[in-house]
Design a protein around this ligand. Structure first.
Ligand code: FES
Ligand code: FE2
Length: 341
C-alpha cells in the first residue's frame, strides 16, 4: 500500500539556518515547487515557487522588506499572504487592482531550529509538532539524504526495528554482539505510538557515553516523524528523524541530533560523521529496495512482532486518509512486542 502523502499535517520543510533573513531557497516538496524565505525582519514564509504571471521561480528573484519580487517582470508579492502588491509594467493610471492576483501560500511554523510546513487545504487545524525540548535547543548535527521509492516505504524504515542490527553495523553501535530477545511495551499517542520509557540496551557505546542512568523514549508521529529522547537527571539528547516527500518518487530524510552538554560538543565532528553514515545506510537500502519496487508488483509480507509497527503505520495512515484531521481517532491499542535484536 503506497499512497500519496497524507494531507492536513505538518511536515518538516527545512532547518531555520538554511533560510537567512532577506533570502530564499527553492525546494520541491510534495512534488510542488516551494520557495522558503525570510523577510528582512526575519519572519519565515513559504510560497508556491511559481509566479502567477508566467511561471518564473520566485526563489530566483529577491526579497525586499516584506515583499518578494519575481526575477522575470518584477511583479511583487506579499511574503505574508501571497497577494500581488505591484505590477511595474502597468501604466501609472491603470485602475486594475493587482491584489486580486495571488500566489499560493503555505502556513509555516518555526521552533527549535526547524521549519514546519502545513500540507493541506486551508489553515492548520492544530499547532506544529512540539518536539519536547526547551525553545533554546538547536540541532547540533544535521544530515539530509534524498532517497527514491514510495514515501510509505521510507516511513516504514522509521518504525522498523528488524533492519537496525543488519543495516546499521557500526562498531560504535553494537558490532559483534549476539542477538537477544527483547520485549517492549508500546502505547498509542495523539498522532502515533511510542515505545514507553525504558532503560536503553546496554550494548551501545552511545548510551554509555551519555553516562548516568539514561532513560529512552522512542516515538513515532504521523506523517513521518521519529523522536528518540534519551535523558538522565542532568543530560538530554534527542535524535529526530523526519521525512518529507520531495520530487515525485523521492523522499527527503532529515536526521538531527540535539543535546545540551559540553562533552558531546567536543565530539561534534565525530558525531556528525556518525550520523551521516547512519543515515546513508538507510538511504542506500531504500534505493536498493526501490530497484525492485519500481519494476515489480510486490505485495509485502509482515512476519512476527518486529513487523507490527509497520502495520501500525499503515493503520494510522488509513485512518487519517479516511477521517481527515478533524475526525481522526487513533485506531491503535497498547501492545507488547517481542523480537530478537
Ligand atoms: S513571470 Fe513573474 S513577473 Fe512575469
Ligand atoms: Fe535505519
Amino acid at each position: 500500500m503506497t499512497g500519496a502523502a497524507l494531507q492536513g499535517l505538518w511536515y518538516l520543510a527545512g532547518l531555520s539556518r538554511e533560510v537567512k533573513p532577506g533570502a530564499m531557497v527553492r525546494r520541491i516538496l510534495f512534488g510542488e515547487p516551494v520557495v522558503l524565505g525570510r523577510t528582512g525582519a526575519g519572519a519565515p514564509f513559504a510560497l508556491r515557487d511559481v509566479c502567477p504571471h508566467r511561471a518564473a521561480p520566485l526563489s530566483a528573484g529577491r526579497v525586499s522588506g516584506e515583499a518578494v519580487t519575481c526575477p522575470y517582470h518584477a511583479w511583487s508579492f506579499s511574503a505574508a499572504d501571497g497577494r500581488c502588491l505591484s505590477v511595474p509594467a502597468l501604466p501609472s493610471d491603470d485602475a486594475r487592482d493587482p491584489s486580486t492576483i495571488r500566489v499560493a501560500r503555505y502556513a509555516l511554523a518555526e521552533a527549535n531550529g526547524l521549519l514546519w510546513i502545513w500540507y493541506g487545504a486551508g489553515e492548520p487545524l492544530f499547532a506544529a509538532p512540539d518536539i519536547g525540548l526547551p525553545p533554546s535547543f538547536r540541532p547540533k548535527t544535521a544530515t539530509v539524504v534524498e532517497t527514491s521509492g514510495p514515501f510509505d516505504e521510507a516511513v516504514v524504515g522509521l518504525v522498523d526495528p528488524a533492519h537496525t542490527p543488519v543495516v546499521h553495523k557500526q562498531w560504535w553501535w553494537r558490532e559483534g554482539r549476539p542477538r537477544a530477545d527483547k520485549t517492549k511495551a508500546f502505547a498509542p499517542t495523539a498522532l502515533g505510538f511510542k515505545m514507553t520509557a525504558h532503560a536503553p540496551s546496554s550494548n551501545s557505546l552511545i548510551y554509555k557515553a551519555i553516562g548516568g542512568a539514561p532513560v529512552t523514549e522512542i516515538e513515532f508521529r504521523l506523517p513521518a516523524l521519529r523522536l528518540e529522547h534519551i535523558s538522565t537527571a542532568t543530560r538530554r539528547v534527542l535524535a529526530l528523524t523526519a521525512m518529507t516527500p520531495g520530487e515525485a518518487g523521492t523522499t527527503r530524510i532529515v536526521h538531527l541530533n540535539y543535546w545540551d552538554f559540553a562533552l558531546f560538543d567536543a565530539l561534534l565532528p565525530f558525531a556528525q560523521g556518525m550520523a551521516d553514515s547512519f543515515l546513508k545506510q538507510d538511504g542506500d537500502i531504500l534505493r536498493l529496495q526501490n530497484e525492485n519496487l519500481s519494476r515489480t508488483r510486490h505485495r509485502a509480507l509482515y512476519l512476527g512482532d518486529a513487523d507490527e509497527p509497520a502495520k501500525w503505520y499503515f493503520a494510522l495512515n488509513k485512518a487519517w486518509s479516511e477521517k481527515g484531521e478533524a475526525e481522526f481517532v487513533n485506531p491503535l491499542a497498547p501492545a507488547t512486542l517481542r523480537w530478537r535484536t
